[in-house]
Design a protein around this ligand. Structure first.
Ligand code: EPU
Length: 314
């Protein structure tokens, strides 16, 4: 869908808005939907609030050949300043529901990971808090196989429900999703499927015990990560057996800047922005860091954040 067809985008948005209970916005700045607070406009930014909404959005976009891309809370996205074409679809409403039955905890893909952790603790279930501090939604967490040094999402996931862009749905176990460090097979599927919910296998525990563990994790994280600045969490994946933060630090790159974007002095795998930054500044800083780390250590760091829209070749 060419960006110049602004009128087309607006009339598509009106038409789709009339067909679903959720919301459709045309030319929506992605700076409002990413934790970095950066990024140009999405042609269409859609919030689907129910299964029937999602089916209607998929059908509408299929008929009109509008590319569809699922998005979560934008904590792992770097959107180009020139924006992104097609429809970015976020799940909300009924997709935010959380429920527990025995030691099984079901979370809608639109729910925040932090909300899910709090709800599990209140329901007397422990285990999900290994993800404490991971920003983003449950759906994004499954897609990325989010994790911390205390555990990965795939360790506690029993199954995820997936809806393909042709509308077919299926339940998949972590094994079917080939989950490994920051990887699921969903990342290689084109067009990208939607994770609509996830079932976790947790264990019965006193809520207060779980909450004490959460407080300790919160303290550790505040001590180690620059949480007062906007970022998208870790920029690079950890290479096998090492830490991207340690490598960037050892290469002496803390404090390196492009424009208003800086390699955090507190944790070198976080890029923070202070002031008028652009997504392109983040990208240029990432490429500089990647080059310098390769020169100094021979390690080729891979981005953990997902680039959307147009970017120069590396
Ligand atoms: N380190 C440095 N300098 C730094 C940063 C880290 O020397 O600037 C050293 C630390 O001292 C430590 C090692 O590197 O010995 C590992 O650091 P840390 O414990 O902070 O963990 P990490 O591997 O950098 C991972 C996840 C984080 C998660 C933390 C805590 C990745 C890419 N990052 O970080 O996840 O919060 O563990 O469990 O796997 C994210 O993915 O967005 C994220 C924040």
């Amino acid at each position: 869908m060419p960006a110049s067809h602004v009128m087309d985008v607006e009339s598509l948005a009106r038409e789709l808005n009339a067909a679903i209970a959720g919301e459709v916005r045309a030319n929506e700045p992605m700076s409002a939907h990413t934790t970095f607070g950066l990024g140009g406009p999405a042609d269409l930014f859609v919030t689907a609030v129910s299964r029937s909404d999602l089916q209607a959005v998929l059908e509408f976009c299929r008929d009109r050949k509008v590319p569809v891309l699922p998005v979560g809370d934008g904590s792992n996205l770097l959107v180009s300043d020139t924006g992104v074409r097609g429809a970015l679809v976020k799940l909300g409403g009924k997709f935010d529901q959380l429920s527990l039955r025995g030691e099984e905890f079901t979370a809608g893909a639109g729910a925040g990971i932090s909300q899910a952790i709090a709800a599990a603790a209140s329901g007397g279930l422990g285990g999900l808090e290994v993800l404490y501090g991971v920003p983003g939604s449950v759906g994004g967490g499954v897609y990325m196989n989010a994790g911390t040094r205390h555990g990965w999402l795939s360790d506690i996931l029993l199954s995820a429900e997936i809806v393909d862009q042709d509308g077919a749905s299926r339940s998949a176990a972590p094994r079917d999703l080939e989950m490994s460090y920051r990887h699921s097979a969903l990342q290689e599927m084109d067009p990208a499927p939607f994770v609509v919910s996830a079932v976790f296998g947790l264990r019965a525990e006193e809520g207060s015990t779980v909450r004490e563990r959460i407080s300790a994790l919160a303290r550790d994280r505040r001590g180690a990560q620059p949480l007062n600045w906007r970022s998208c969490g870790c920029m690079f994946r950890n290479p096998d057996g090492d830490s991207a933060g340690r490598l960037i630090d050892a290469a002496g790159l803390k404090g390196m800047r492009v424009g208003a974007v800086e390699v955090s002095e507190k944790h070198a795998n976080f890029f923070v922005h202070r002031g008028e930054a652009t997504a392109f500044d983040v990208y240029r800083l990432a490429m500089k860091v990647k080059r310098r780390v390769a020169e100094e250590t021979g390690v080729d760091l891979k981005l953990e954040v997902r680039l959307l829209g147009d970017w120069p070749d590396e």
